[in-house]
Design a protein around this ligand. Structure first.
Ligand code: FEO
Length: 135
């Protein structure tokens, strides 16, 4: 069973974005599994790489949709994306320098940030993007 299962109320009703979010939850759940089975150290670097790579592409997709539709809260939303990437890159540097406690901080940050970001900030653009023809 996943620690952080996808829930229907996370949906922004735009298929490509929901699919990205579902995949981000899968990465977080894989990371949690690795930590709980004691092999996080070996897998963490790969998970952080996947997470950064996938998240950057996801943020680009959203930001392209904002540009296409003149989303009025683009700047505020992009700042949240930048904060997330900076935070994960900082955690990665700490991990690379040998910090063994990073996995718990990473999980706490990821689960809090991702769920709150989707439920609050991403939900905010839903009506705007749908009104502009995205589905
Ligand atoms: Fe789905 Fe704004 O991240």
């Amino acid at each position: 069973m996943s620690l952080y299962p996808w829930k229907e109320n996370y949906s922004v009703e735009i298929e490509s974005i929901d699919n990205d979010h579902k995949h981000l939850f899968e990465i977080i759940n894989q990371l949690f599994d690795a930590i709980s089975h004691g092999n996080a150290r070996e897998n963490l670097s790969e998970f952080i790489f996947q997470l950064l790579d996938y998240t950057k592409n996801h943020f680009k997709r959203e930001e392209n949709y904002f540009a296409m539709t003149n989303y009025p809260e683009t700047l505020e939303h992009k700042l949240q994306h930048e904060f997330f990437i900076d935070k994960i890159e900082t955690l990665k540097k700490q991990f690379d320098s040998g910090d063994q406690q990073i996995s718990v901080r990473l999980m706490t940050f990821l689960s809090d940030w991702l769920i709150n970001h989707i439920l609050v900030s991403d939900k905010k653009y839903m009506a705007h993007l749908k009104k502009n023809g995205l589905s």
